[in-house]
Design a protein around this ligand. Structure first.
Ligand SMILES: NC(=O)NCCC[C@H](N)C(=O)O
Length: 409
């Protein structure tokens, strides 16, 4: 049976992608919680939605099927028993495993139709939306001024991160910060219960019930046997060993390239500084390379289930070797200029979504990087980015490929 998920490269023609249109979760953010919510600014929602619709249209105009995360989630929860089980888990992960607030939230959420319930959970539930007779001492004494019973999920439109497609399977990620951890509970239910995916042979390479951390922005499928991953603020080395073990055991993947990037918010994931855009071309933020060098580790299956690790520092050579290419073109974000490069990287100038070999979608604001891509022969579709970019993610972050065509060679 052909798996409904099939992604054997970063660049094969994109056939199906999963997005999330930003909703009221964006407006449930205010200055005191910005940092904890991992957002740098508050987008103006109507314009963010217009920009997102334009992004979706750009993909649809190229013949790409667009699926929406929240719709897939609502479809997955069609059965009452499944919905109840999901809600219990979601409430527990939101800090309300039992008690009066749990009961009131559950009654409130179940009073809605399933799509409205999903949208509401993503948007967040304010305290003044529900009525409870009893509240806990913690609630009265410690959290009295906090406005939410369930926090919003303002990063949900970065569908790249809670999950990642690899081959015929997926990783359902244990994300680093609390602000994003509940997003992948939706994924778990989508894969288990949405008729498009349920019982269709989707291999879960790694589920979300781990202590070690992994996020999809760090996961790059370079080919049908080479997988690259960032050792980053969001993905730990232990999680990489775990995913490597699982891929080596049960898939075609025989090479994992782990790249150690700076651990900071501007470069939180590998795809904020490095993306693949053609058979032998990549974007790279020049500031991660020290004279062309960066700590890189090549993992291969060893004897008796062990993993062999080689330490290397020449990224270009590593890519030439693992992809079997005579030369790799690393295209510097912002043309390597000391001001333009960090400015455009901050606005996701390295974060390209490749929709076919040598064809990408990028933010319009990164015009220096975009011009340089064109000079390197890349076909660039620009999308609007005034509001979307404020939450620190670009076209690759905003999209989760579900199906790509296999590469011809
Ligand atoms: N792959 C990505 O780089 N995703 C962007 C995530 C941005 C979001 N504000 C976060 O900090 O998780």
């Amino acid at each position: 049976m052909q798996s409904p998920i099939h992604v054997t490269s970063e660049i094969g023609k994109l056939k199906t992608v999963m997005l999330h249109r930003p909703g009221h979760e964006i407006e449930n953010v205010y200055p005191d919680i910005l940092h904890r919510m991992l957002v740098d600014d508050i987008p103006y929602l109507p314009i963010a939605q217009e920009e997102h619709d334009y992004f979706a249209k750009t993909l649809k105009d190229q013949g790409i099927e667009v699926l929406y995360f929240a719709k897939l989630a609502a479809e997955a929860l069609a059965d009452d028993q499944v919905k109840n089980e999901f809600l219990e888990k979601m409430l527990a992960e939101s800090g309300h495993a039992a008690g009066a607030v749990h009961d009131a939230l559950k009654e409130y959420l179940l009073s809605m139709d399933t799509q409205a319930m999903v949208d509401k959970i993503i948007a967040g539930v304010r305290k003044d939306e529900i009525h409870t007779k009893f509240v806990s001492l913690a609630e009265m004494a410690e959290d009295a001024d906090y406005p939410f019973f369930m926090d919003p999920m303002p990063n949900a439109y970065f569908t790249r991160d809670p999950q990642a497609s690899i081959g015929d399977g997926i990783t359902i990620n244990h994300m680093t910060f609390k602000a994003r951890q509940r997003e992948s509970l939706f994924t778990e239910y989508i894969i288990k219960y949405n008729p498009r995916f349920a019982n269709k042979g989707v291999h879960v390479w790694r589920d979300r019930y781990h202590d070690t951390r992994i996020e999809g922005g760090d996961e790059l499928v370079l080919s049908d046997h080479v997988f690259a991953i960032g050792i980053s603020q969001r993905t730990s080395a232990d999680a990489i060993m775990d995913i490597a073990r699982n891929l080596f055991k049960d898939s075609n993947y025989d090479t994992v390239v782990a790249i150690h990037i700076p651990h900071n918010h501007a470069m939180m994931h590998l795809d904020t500084v490095f993306t693949m855009i053609n058979y032998d071309q990549f974007t790279v933020h020049p500031q991660i390379l020290d004279g062309g060098k960066i700590d890189t580790y090549i993992l291969h299956p060893g004897k008796d289930g062990e993993i062999e690790i080689q330490h290397r520092t020449d990224l270009q050579k590593v890519l030439e070797e693992v992809l079997d290419k005579p030369e790799i073109d690393l295209i510097p974000t912002g043309n390597g200029d000391p001001i333009v490069a960090p400015r455009e990287q901050w606005n996701d100038g390295s974060n390209t979504l490749t929709i076919a070999p040598g064809e990408v979608v990028t933010y319009d604001r990164n015009y220096v990087s975009n011009d340089l891509l064109r000079k390197h022969g890349i076909l660039v579709h620009e999308v609007r980015s005034s509001e979307l970019s404020r939450v620190r993610g670009g076209p690759r972050c905003m999209s989760c490929p579900i199906v790509r065509e296999d590469l011809k060679n």
